[in-house]
Design a protein around this ligand. Sequence first.
Ligand SMILES: Nc1ncnc2c1ncn2[C@@H]1O[C@H](COP(=O)(O)OP(=O)(O)OP(=O)(O)O)[C@@H](O)[C@H]1O
Ligand SMILES: [Mg+2]
Length: 264
Amino acid sequence: MTDNTVLAVDRLEATYTHTITALHGVSFSLARGEILALLGANGAGKTTVLKAVSNLLPAERGQITAGTIRFDGIDVTRTRPAALVRAGLVQVLEGRHCFRSLSVEENLISGGLGRSSSRTEIDGDLERIYALFPRLKDKRRTASGLTSGGEQQMTAIGRALMSRPRLLVLDEPSMGLAPIVVQDIFRTLRRLNREESLSILVAEQNSAIALTYADRAVILENGTDVLTGTAREIRARDDVKSFYLGQNNRVTPRSNPSSPALMA
Ligand SMILES: Nc1ncnc2c1ncn2[C@@H]1O[C@H](COP(=O)(O)OP(=O)(O)OP(=O)(O)O)[C@@H](O)[C@H]1O
Ligand SMILES: [Mg+2]
């Protein structure tokens, strides 16, 4: 592992209830400032990898049975989830998980509570998030449960940003959202990545959008990593989609699907 490595997953194996083997040996690493996409069909093991990375598997009756995970030199499997958040590893779980009866702003503030920050710092962070997601500023007093799916996803991401992560982990941020909203969210993630050197690990079934914005991708199949490469390489391979990605039919919002220069 080089100094530039933020996250190193090595030969990871995991089970649920000590009986169902979900991961059979997954290895990959994520460099500082990189966006890495974790791709794969239904049940390939994406969520299990992400939960393992935040040490959340025990809460799901899951177990890591072999392998190692290191975040900035920290042994993840020996570190409590809250301590990982304080160390800068923050996850946006699948399905958005906002507090529905709290306002958008209250949801955002809840993300910064672990940092015991001053009111001025919190206000500064809120303004930063409203600059990234202007729609949230308009809805700041609205109960999250009354906002759209896209706004809830933005709130969940904003809440994660309130703890000032160095590595942001997201599970299927595109799930159930309209293509234009998905594109908006990925553009914002790209901007954060570029402007603040935020490292990002994102699991997606929507490989088209993930490969548009990621630097590199790891493809999982049946709990094993079967292919790793730059997003550009993987985008260029037609066979990948039909072999490994369950041939999803979600369309890419790009106007010219063959253009590799779109991320600039
Ligand atoms: N809580 C659980 N208990 C038992 N088995 C589980 C549990 N969660 C996942 N699994 C199993 O582990 C394997 C990997 O599932 P996982 O959810 O990690 O895949 P995924 O790639 O995230 O899929 P999806 O695209 O549907 O979200 C699957 O066989 C799944 O059935
Ligand atoms: Mg999943």
